[in-house]
Write a protein that binds this ligand. Sequence first.
Ligand code: SAH
Ligand code: SF4
Ligand code: F3S
Length: 443
Amino acid sequence: MAGMNNINERYFILTYGCQMNVFDSEVISGHLEGMGFMPAENEEEADVLVINTCAVRKKAEDKVLSKLGKLKFLKEQKSTMTIVLWGCMAQQENIAKRVRERYGFIDLVGGTHSLGRFPELLEKARVSRRVVVDIDTVGEREDLPIRRGHSFKAWIPISYGCNNYCTYCIVPHVRGPEKSRPPQSIIDEVKALAANGYKEITLLGQNVNSYGKDLKEEVDFADLLKSLDSLDGLVHIRYMTSHPRDFNEKVIRTIQEGEKICEHFHLPIQSGSDKVLKLMNRGYTREYYLELIHNIKGIMDNFSITSDFIVGFPGEEEKDFEDTIDLMKEVEFDAAYTFIYSPREGTEALKMDGQIEPDVKKKRILTLNQIQGNISLEKNRQLLGTKQEVLVEGRSKTNPEKYTGRTRTNKIVHFFSNENLLGMLVNVKIIEAKSWTLTGEYK
Ligand code: SAH
Ligand code: SF4
Ligand code: F3S
């Protein structure tokens, strides 16, 4: 087998960004273990160190750049180490250029499309004295090896890339156009996981609701959900991320009728102002979004709604921001992820008029966070005293009796037990509620 000479050598992967990156890192682990590498305990111990990067906001890139500063020092101590810069940030032309000019200690730069070529690229980089760069925009992603991070929950991409071109977003630029996986290969994969004891799957895509539109077969996201729901063994089916524009009644009904599909709706609105939504190219209006929420409330009983917001988008005036506040209060989200608009190289919004001052952006995000914090707390308090079913997902590193689980509605619950409960479905009574987490009692 190729690369068995790598035996006794170790790898470590640092993963930034979203779940799609977490999944890609599992594929990279799969490649590395296939080549004979074993996992290392930490960065220092690694012979191959992979940094799987994110480019969605400047902050994400800054984290990687500051990490690189430290790794330069590490590589000086251990010159045999191979350092790999991978993923969304690495996919950008200007990064490869910067690496050549300033980060000479990096051995390999690989983009999101190069995943299938990882082994040969790494072999090449390990013998080459110069940095190896592969940021081609084509590549096969089916049937790659994988080393999953968990034994009871799994990430399953259903589509790669994105066609939406929201004007602020780098993702379509670094992940390419949307490409759906054939339904049968998704179903077969999930079936095999369920047979191996997996309890929860999370379907991944930048816009899961447009799943299937690029396929020859007549299949949409609701059809896929329905087929997966009928498989034996699983208990939770989750998905992310859904785009409000493509979230139709058929999907809501499928979730309502489904047994395993979790009642959690993550519907990123970004802004409550029609003017800003248009500038963002989101393809829906405030009224459309409110109608969608109204539909969900009409069809579902027990469910949660969460969202993403961007403040300080170019042209966002005080009255636009007030529309956002107003919408946030009207919908009463269970939780919201709020972001300060971050200008990205190559996107349309970068060139727009009316860029907002940093201190205004900061003030706005604090206001939103405060309002949402109160709403979340209020919603979580309503659960006090109730029994909730949670899937036990993790235990604290410092205290093995402290567990973390998640409800079907995606609420995080901490509780204590001296039994071995990892990967099990248990009932807990909610005894404490905060904005972001709940504390439960397990007996
Ligand atoms: N495909 C998903 C997730 C995209 S990234 C979706 O469309 O929902 C996750 C979130 O990051 C987005 O919903 C958006 O709120 C935020 N985001 C993306 N680009 C951004 C930028 N340039 N500045 C600030 N936030 C951004
Ligand atoms: Fe980015 Fe918009 Fe695509 Fe989401 S839908 S990945 S925000 S372009
Ligand atoms: Fe970041 Fe790439 Fe995900 S830019 S958010 S890691 S798709």
